[in-house]
Write a protein that binds this ligand. Structure first.
Ligand SMILES: Cc1cc2nc3c(=O)[nH]c(=O)nc-3n(C[C@H](O)[C@H](O)[C@H](O)COP(=O)(O)OP(=O)(O)OC[C@H]3O[C@@H](n4cnc5c(N)ncnc54)[C@H](O)[C@@H]3O)c2cc1C
Length: 388
């Protein structure tokens, strides 16, 4: 199992970096300020074939390996975390279908997702069910050859701009969330669906985080993903893989802040010297660089484990997200410190990066939940896991 990036990976990084530096970075401050979803950048990514990297060539995708997908996210996030969420969520929403969908579902949806014509979102979280996913309440009741969905979802990235959703709802409430939840594909033009509210946020402000409501939304039984009752398992298997994208996003944000700090400190003079020549600043930069590199390499190791479908992949992807998220928070905070007062004002990008970094410690499982997953795997490896 190799995890060292190849020449093709380096080439992809160079291409995406150039695109991000020229077209995305210059838009980042305005996207943050206006909190508007960057439709233009979604189209740019679609035109560059960068929204279909997780789909097979038979569906019009480019079928990149997971290290390449991580590099794509990393380079976009280095310029703008909001924009990096466009491919991240395209994969997150599609993963349930990739993992458990029928051929008919894949043929119906993947070509439009791979081309970027359609966006997809992943609707699992509810107001009362965040970390405790199994306490979900949304219902799906069978009625002949259809299911009728009722309930609401909270905090759904791209929920207000997506054309289609993967939605998790209870088909057997008596069995509870773990055994009685099922996954559905819902097209957002279905009567009874609405996205009535978009949150105001600290960071990733151009990425709409929506509340979704389902009022007698009817979907054909052909839209059930996997078997009835498998929803919880599908959701967990999806998150075990997709949180690696958040690790890559965190690495990209950290790298963007480090690069900005080096550039600023090389330019700024105090006490007749460049700030970058003070040893105290160099030590901070060295810590920021080595920690970012450690997070990056762990992300690639985990990516190789995902491609190998390794049985212990949750250990790797959760470790990567845990380390990378904490690194992004620390590195962006230090970047603000290195820029001094200028780091605190919106004229420079590092305060935005610090605000953007915070979400990587929260979504797709908080850092506490990542620790639970790593610990569970650790105890299993050691043969000391509690039975039952
Ligand atoms: C901007 C944004 C985008 C999002 N996008 C999506 C999306 O696209 N789709 C989707 O389905 N969801 C999405 N979410 C939801 C996100 O995944 C949840 O917010 C997250 O999982 C945490 O749930 P919660 O907010 O309800 O916190 P809670 O679960 O209420 O947690 C509160 C605190 O308790 C801690 N905690 C909880 N349980 C434990 C435990 N067992 N042990 C120790 N500590 C614990 C948590 O770590 C946290 O510190 C998004 C959230 C945000 C903010």
């Amino acid at each position: 199992m190799t995890y060292l990036p190849t020449a093709e990976h380096d080439e992809l990084r160079a291409v995406v970096r150039e695109l991000a530096d020229e077209r995305i970075g210059p838009r980042a401050a305005a996207i943050d300020e206006t909190s508007e979803f960057p439709h233009d950048l979604r189209e740019l990514l679609a035109r560059q074939d960068l929204l279909g990297t997780c789909f097979g060539e038979e569906h019009g995708g480019t079928a990149l390996d997971t290290i390449a997908q991580s590099i794509l996210v990393e380079e976009l996030a280095r310029a703008d975390a909001t924009t990096s969420l466009i491919p991240i969520v395209q994969k997150l929403g599609a993963l349930p279908i990739i993992l458990a969908g029928s051929d008919e579902q894949k043929d119906r949806y993947f070509p439009r997702l791979a081309s970027g014509e359609w966006l997809i979102a992943f609707a699992l979280t509810e107001a009362a069910a965040g970390s405790d996913v199994a306490s979900n309440r949304m219902r799906a009741t069978r009625d002949g050859d259809e299911y009728v969905l009722n309930g609401s979802k909270r905090f759904i990235t791209h929920g207000s701009v997506a054309d289609v959703l993967t939605v998790f709802a209870l088909t057997d409430p008596a069995a509870g969330g773990r055994k009685g939840m099922s996954a559905f594909i819902v097209e957002t033009d279905t009567p009874g669906f609405a996205a009535p509210r978009v949150e105001h946020k600290m960071g990733i402000r151009g990425s709409p985080t929506a509340e979704l409501t389902f009022d007698d939304v009817r979907v054909p039984s052909a839209n059930v993903v996997g078997a009835e009752g498998e929803g919880f398992k599908i959701a967990m298997e999806t998150l075990d893989r997709s949180r690696l994208s958040i690790a890559a996003q965190a690495v990209g944000i950290a790298q963007g802040a480090l690069d900005a700090a080096v550039a600023y400190a090389a330019d700024r003079q105090q006490f007749g010297e460049r700030v970058v020549d003070f040893q105290g600043i160099q030590w901070m930069l060295a810590d920021m660089a080595s920690q970012t590199e450690a997070a990056r390499q762990l992300t690639y190791v985990a990516a190789a484990r995902v491609d190998a479908d390794a049985p212990d992949l949750p250990y790797w992807t959760s470790s990567a997200k845990l380390v990378a998220g904490d690194t992004a928070m620390r590195v962006t905070t230090d970047a603000v410190q290195i820029l001094g007062g200028y780091g605190y004002i919106t004229e420079y990008p590092v305060e935005r990066m610090m605000r953007d970094a915070k979400i990587t410690q929260l979504y797709e499982g908080t850092q506490q939940i990542q620790r639970l997953i790593v610990a569970r795997q650790l105890l299993q490896r050691a043969g000391v896991a509690r039975q039952g």
